[in-house]
Design a binder for this molecule. Structure first.
Ligand code: AMP
Ligand code: MN
Ligand code: MN
Ligand code: MN
Length: 288
């Protein structure tokens, strides 16, 4: 794999809160020129064998992926895992435990939304769920758009699903050290997802990056659908400062909702070490 590569190492399928199957995502990635792909469903690796097979069928290189929900400094932080063994038992147990509270949280969200005058949100959200173990805020957002409460999913989040809004239920996810360890001990690399999204103070961000490193984390997303061009520069500098490899991924969820399509972001800045250079031995190449 060359250092300059159209790699897309972050996206979601119906196994979490995306709307496409792993097969349709693989076809879309290939059509958009992706050369190395990873499916990174939230707290789930149930789509990994399908994604790898679909990538092979498309003649595209594949690396395993997931995106683990973590609570750090009372904030939800996402840690992407890449290149792990998809059959690792400890990782599977950790992800199952992380998913565990989602159903109860969803029922609490629906109860709060009912108090705000929106009824039937749990059953409504379930209509959009592809994996009964993984009901997420995104599924509620789709229900509220379909029922005409809001015009799009970002309006739903703004008005109902973020902290301080009527449908927001605080939740404790995995610990940072646990998530990094599950990924690393399964042979993979832990990567801080979309760091600009957390709105941390400089001190909190420094704590996240240094604790992540101490736990064995090795990468950070620099070019992602959630970063501005200025944030590419900021996090390229952070990658160099902390000695982290850099990743690139669209965070694509749906043709109707996502503003960044698979494989369409700028390439990684040249001076960084791409995650795929350190994960070369974990890349599944298609038949020649
Ligand atoms: P959950 O894991 O259930 O808390 O849901 C988190 C997911 O909600 C993220 O992975 C995004 O797909 C989606 N999300 C979070 N914030 C927003 C937002 N402001 N607009 C649209 N989608 C969002
Ligand atoms: Mn999502
Ligand atoms: Mn995320
Ligand atoms: Mn994501």
């Amino acid at each position: 794999m060359t250092p300059i590569l159209n790699a897309d190492l972050h996206c979601h399928s119906v196994v979490s809160d995306g709307t496409l199957t792993p097969e349709d995502l693989a076809a879309r990635a290939k059509a958009n020129g992706v050369e190395l792909w990873a499916l990174t469903d939230h707290d789930e690796i149930g789509g990994q064998h399908r994604a790898a097979a679909a990538a092979r069928a498309q003649g595209m290189a594949y690396i395993t992926g997931t995106e683990i929900s973590v609570t750090f400094a009372n904030t939800t932080v996402h840690i992407v895992g890449l290149g792990f063994d998809p059959d690792d038992a400890q990782l599977a147990r950790g992800l199952a435990a992380t998913r565990g509270g989602r159903n109860e949280r969803a029922q609490d969200m629906a109860a709060q939304l009912a108090q705000a005058g929106i009824h039937g949100a749990y059953e409504g959200a379930l209509q959009f769920v592809g994996n009964p173990d993984l009901i997420s805020r995104t599924h509620f957002a789709r229900f509220l758009v379909e029922s005409g409460v809001c015009k799009d999913t970002s309006e739903v989040f703004r008005k109902y699903l973020i902290e301080g809004k009527p449908g927001y239920v605080p939740h404790r996810w995995a610990g940072l050290g646990d998530a990094v360890r599950w990924i690393t001990e399964a042979g993979g690399m832990a990567v801080i997802a979309h760091p600009a999204r957390y709105k941390f103070t400089a001190n909190e961000e420094y704590a996240l990056f240094s604790e992540f490193k101490q736990h064995g984390g090795r990468g950070v997303e620099v070019v992602t659908g959630s970063h501005s061009a200025a944030e590419y520069v900021t996090y390229a500098a952070m990658a160099l400062e902390f000695g982290l490899a850099a990743s690139r991924g669209s965070d694509f969820h749906s043709p109707d909702e996502s503003h960044t399509d698979l494989g369409t972001l700028p390439l990684l800045p040249g001076q960084l070490t791409p995650v795929w250079e350190l994960l070369a031995h974990r890349i599944q190449l298609p038949p020649a």
